[in-house]
Ligand binder design. Structure first.
Ligand SMILES: *[C@@H]1O[C@H](CO)[C@@H](O)[C@H](O)[C@H]1NC(C)=O
Ligand SMILES: *[C@@H]1O[C@H](CO)[C@@H](O)[C@H](O)[C@H]1NC(C)=O
Length: 349
């Protein structure tokens, strides 16, 4: 209780004071996990990775998940064609070479063909297994002993027997999408969105994962669905703090709002949470030359700590995102989404 009061005082004063083993440190930290700025600035690369001219003839590459592991970036992403979605894996050592990394289309693995999209990949340390979590109409997962062997992804299993009642009851006109798992010391939490203004969360004990996800609760909602649309990411940022970002639909394109909390169960407090002061969006991303995209859309912070706690450093954040030529139009599934990289330019540490 005392700690909570002290944290509240520190937070209210925006002093970025940090509690370390029971004592207060009033200095402005320069390299302190947990210290996130209240506004962000980024520079963006150009489009780094796009569809390849091969027999697959995919139209867009989307929804990337990225970890840096064994001196390589490992990316899993959605592939889009007009008939729907599947997924791809590739790896590279340097972003400058990312576009020449060979694609391994994951429908060649036991993942199989059909609707699978929006992967999130992490290492579940208790079982020494990689978990790709993705959507297939339900919230699905596979496992893999070796992230660099995409043929090793197992056949889809699901966290729920069907669409949970709470989601079904709130879904009207929306889609249940973008599953995301993060674990604290006790529980693994599964977040998802409904394209209808709601973010859901359910949980199961770490010792039971991946079984036992309970009935979701509404973690956050907005009466305007554009203000809480989809593609949530949740990370631990140190000192028991969590960062949540959710993709929203703005006046010029997609952007992300952000919140923090001291528990994965919330409550979530707004951080940079408007279109004019977003986590990332047209308002705070600089391009060299003409912007290749006005949307900063579905992606992930580059994780170098790869386990189920999804712990990131709040310093020098990099974000791999999907962007789109502003002049592109037509069938949603055939839009030419490509991947680009944001690098934070106002890191305080
Ligand atoms: C990189 O990806 C390819 C699939 O395109 C895979 O065969 C290879 O093992 C991966 N290499 C490493 C070092 O992870
Ligand atoms: C959302 O789901 C809950 C649980 O089923 C239900 O009580 C509530 O009425 C739903 N909300 C809306 C807006 O439909």
């Amino acid at each position: 209780m005392l700690s909570l009061v002290l944290l509240a005082i520190a937070g209210a004063a925006a002093a970025r004071s940090i509690l370390t083993s029971g004592s207060l440190d009033y200095s402005i930290p320069t390299r302190q996990a947990g210290s996130l700025p209240s506004s962000f600035k980024w520079s963006s690369s150009g489009a780094l990775v796009g569809p390849k001219s091969d027999s697959r003839n995919i139209k867009g590459i989307k929804d990337p998940s990225i970890v840096y592991y064994n001196n390589r970036y490992h990316v899993s992403a959605s592939t889009a064609v007009s008939s729907g979605y599947n997924m791809v894996y590739f790896n590279f050592t340097d972003f400058n070479n990312a576009n020449s990394a060979p694609f391994y289309y994951l429908d060649q693995s036991a993942i199989g063909t059909g609707y699978r999209a929006a992967p999130q990949v992490f290492y579940f340390e208790p079982q020494k297994l990689w978990y790709p979590v993705y959507q297939n109409g339900n919230a699905a997962f596979s496992t893999n002993k070796d992230i660099s062997n995409p043929a090793g992804w197992t056949a889809p299993k699901t966290f729920y027997s069907g669409t949970p009642k709470t989601i079904q009851d709130n879904l009207s006109g929306g889609y249940w999408v973008d599953m995301w798992v993060i674990c604290d010391a006790s529980n693994c939490h599964l977040f998802s969105s409904d394209d209808n203004g709601r973010l859901y969360r359910s949980q199961t004990p770490v010792s039971s994962f991946p079984s036992g996800m309970n009935e979701p609760v509404i973690a956050m909602q907005d009466s305007n669905k554009n203000n809480l649309f989809e593609a949530s990411n949740v990370y631990a940022v140190g000192n028991g703090k969590y960062l949540l970002i959710v993709e929203c639909i703005g006046s010029t394109g997609r952007y992300f709002r952000s919140w923090t909390a001291s528990s994965l169960a919330g409550p979530w407090t707004a951080l940079a949470a408007t279109e004019s002061n977003p986590f990332a969006g047209a308002a705070n991303v600089a391009f060299s030359g003409t912007a290749w995209t006005k949307s900063i859309s579905h992606g992930e912070i580059v994780r170098t700590q790869v386990d189920q706690t999804l712990t990131i450093s709040p310093c020098n954040v990099r974000y791999l995102y999907q962007g789109l030529d502003p002049s592109a139009s037509g069938d949603y599934n055939s839009l030419p989404w490509k991947l680009g990289l944001l690098t934070q330019t106002n890191s305080a540490c």
